[in-house]
Design a protein around this ligand. Structure first.
Ligand SMILES: Nc1nc2c(ncn2[C@@H]2O[C@H](COP(=O)(O)OP(=O)(O)OP(=O)(O)O)[C@@H](O)[C@H]2O)c(=O)[nH]1
Ligand SMILES: [Zn+2]
Length: 197
């Protein structure tokens, strides 16, 4: 198990008590066969789902190499699952993360961009903050000339309850540095990310 797949050190008994209370509150019998182990399962699930709370983006981005490449690097279609902090149900979709290395040509490992998405996705989140946290962490830790992050996601809180609109996609973007200041650069990235639609 690598450092970044390690579950969060949560208070298991406390989550178990709370889940048992929720089951009682909805009129269920927490002692029936199918539910008896549910509080413990949920505690383990939360330890995974919120593992990002115990992870440091600086560590993910500590791999930096110098390959003298100063053009755009883009990893698109990174599958991501996060948890809506309002309803504690998932929102899920794709993240696209691009950057232009600084004048020293410093890049990070491609997988680190996907790991960075997970560090912030595996926390109670809203999509806008998730998007900007990824962008800001890249700016802070690899000092690139610019960063673009686009996330497209479906929110189960809009599908299984509430407004009940399955299929509605929320698209958020965060641009920093040259992607913010130079429209053609941003446009090039957006067309690579979204493709012809
Ligand atoms: N901006 C933003 N809103 C979100 C996100 N995830 C969920 N929401 C919204 O958070 C809002 C919470 O609204 P409230 O009126 O406080 O809660 P609610 O009564 O459960 O709202 P409904 O979902 O409309 O039933 C809802 O409109 C959700 O769609 C997100 O990532 N970003
Ligand atoms: Zn929600």
């Amino acid at each position: 198990m690598t450092e970044f797949s390690r579950p969060l050190d949560v208070d298991h008994p406390r989550i178990e008590r709370a889940i048992r209370e929720i089951l009682l509150a909805i009129g269920e019998d927490p002692d029936r066969d199918g539910l008896r182990d549910t509080p413990a399962r949920v505690a383990r699930a939360y330890a995974e789902q919120f593992a990002g709370l115990g992870q440091d983006p600086a560590e993910v981005l500590s791999t930096v190499f110098d390959i003298d490449h100063q053009e755009m690097v883009l990893v698109k279609d990174i599958e991501m699952v996060s948890s809506c902090e309002h309803h504690l149900v998932p929102f899920y979709g794709s993240a696209h993360v691009g950057y232009i290395p600084n004048e020293k040509g410093q890049v990070t490992g491609l997988s680190k961009l996907a790991r960075l998405v997970d560090v912030f996705a595996r926390r109670p989140q809203v999509q806008e903050r998730l998007t900007s946290q990824i962008a800001d962490a890249l700016m802070a830790h690899i000092q690139p000339a610019g960063v673009i992050v686009v996330i497209e996601a479906e929110h189960l809180c809009m599908t299984m309850r509430g407004v009940r609109k399955p299929g509605a996609k929320t698209v958020t973007s965060a641009v920093r540095g040259s992607f913010r200041d130079h429209e053609p650069t941003r446009h090039e990235a957006m067309s690579l990310i979204l493709g012809p639609r």
